[in-house]
Design a protein around this ligand. Structure first.
Ligand SMILES: *Cc1c(COP(=O)(O)O)cnc(C)c1O
Length: 388
């Protein structure tokens, strides 16, 4: 099909051409004396995206899923109790990973569409007088439902309970796009991946750990090898890596960081907010609902609920086969009930209007009772009136 495939899945996201060009390099010697000139400033500049001065950043040749494992296996001890709220597929998978690794997982079910219930969490932590819970696992942006949780609120609840557990945050679909403040929010382990807000191919787990978490590494007896933070630290201090890094990925990350920092992180957050709000206005104009309940709306991905007599999979297949647009599917509990528009990373108003228009065409083709042009009209009015 002529023209581009329009990629509106929430990851991998679109890679800017500057980043693609930066990755197009010959292979190089990763033990050379000049390799640290690339790698050391990368680790420093990543801190500006995680908003941490006290913490330390890491890049593993892996994906976000590995980030969960790095946090759990480096900072905890075998069988430690961890607390998690399960309100979407990614929270579910993190819970599952912790169980497979033998941790004592206390999981609480939360309706999909909502995020971390702060009052219930505070009450649970207050109850835990002997501090048996060693870590809270918090999914910041639940990509499967388009739900953003309040991580500052999680920290507040932990402090109000006087609880010393570590706070690990899955920020795979939030960091580098939604507001994220590692130091201010007292996050001990922040987990991200290359293929979402960082606008790169999949293949890097991009992480940050607080000094408190790194101190816990010293006493942890959990077995680990490839995912050892200590091995990374030993090599990273001289600007090297413990095993072969993906050098094209690191060049791409250099360019992606330059783009993000040039735009300014606060502007990146504001851009995503505008993008998300335009999509929400379009959905309202179609007379449809989003999966996220009020107060939990995500600015990087919107999950749109289809009427009970429709199957969201048909919208996705029509959009792909007829209009060359890739949308996100509903996962497990919401399969067929929602489709998702990713608006994360290298995205602007007019690109996103392509998705809104394409979704509208696909819904009309599938007999949805919507007014042609209504979503596009609502979005363009919002984007026009808020464009600078
Ligand atoms: C994509 C995603 C993951 C998984 O990352 P992979 O890179 O696919 O391993 C984890 N958590 C969230 C919230 C995600 O969006």
């Amino acid at each position: 099909m002529a023209g581009r495939n329009h990629l509106f899945i929430p990851g991998p996201t679109n890679t800017p051409h500057e980043v693609l060009s930066a990755m197009h390099v010959p292979m190089e010697d990763h033990r050379s004396p000049i390799f640290p000139n690339l790698f050391k400033p990368l680790l420093e500049d990543l801190k500006k995206v995680f908003r941490t001065e006290a913490g330390q950043c890491f890049v593993f040749p892996a994906t976000g899923t590995a980030g969960w494992e790095v946090a759990l296996t480096n900072c905890l001890n075998p069988g430690d109790k961890v607390l998690i709220y399960r309100f979407g597929q990614f929270a579910h998978l993190w819970m599952d990973a912790a169980r497979k690794l033998g941790f004592d997982v206390e999981a609480h079910e939360v309706e999909w569409g909502k995020g971390i219930p702060l009052d219930a969490m505070e009450a649970r932590l207050k109850e835990d007088k002997n501090h048996e819970i060693k870590a809270v696992l918090a999914t910041h942006n639940e990509t499967s439902t388009g739900v953003t949780s309040d991580i500052a609120g999680v920290r507040k609840a932990m402090d109000a309970a006087g609880h010393p557990a570590l706070l690990f945050v899955d920020g795979v679909s939030s960091i580098a796009s939604l507001e994220f403040r590692m130091d201010d929010w007292g996050v001990d382990g922040a987990i991200s991946g290359s293929q979402k807000g960082f606008m790169l191919p999949a293949g890097a787990a991009i992480l940050a750990f607080s000094q408190k978490a790194l101190a816990a590494v010293e006493t942890s007896t959990f077995p680990r090898s490839f995912f050892s933070l200590k091995d990374q630290m030993n090599a990273n201090k001289d600007g090297y890596t413990p095993y072969t890094p993906s050098t094209p990925m690191l060049h791409g990350l250099r360019k992606a960081l330059d783009l993000l920092l040039e735009e300014g992180m606060d502007n990146v957050y504001a851009r995503h907010h505008r993008l998300g709000e335009g999509v929400r206005r379009a959905v309202a104009a179609w007379g449809l609902q989003i999966c996220a309940q009020p107060g939990f709306e995500s600015d990087t991905v919107t999950a749109i609920v289809v009427p009970a007599d429709k199957d969201a999979r048909h919208v996705i297949s029509t959009a792909y086969n007829k209009y060359n647009i890739s949308l996100g599917a509903g996962l497990t509990e919401v399969a067929g009930k929602v489709f998702r528009i990713g608006h994360i990373g290298d995205m602007n108003d007019v690109s996103l209007l392509g998705a809104i228009a394409g979704v509208e065409m696909a819904m009309l083709d599938n007999g949805f009772d919507i007014k042609p042009g209504s979503g596009v009209a609502a979005a363009i009015e919002y984007y026009r009136s808020t464009a600078k």
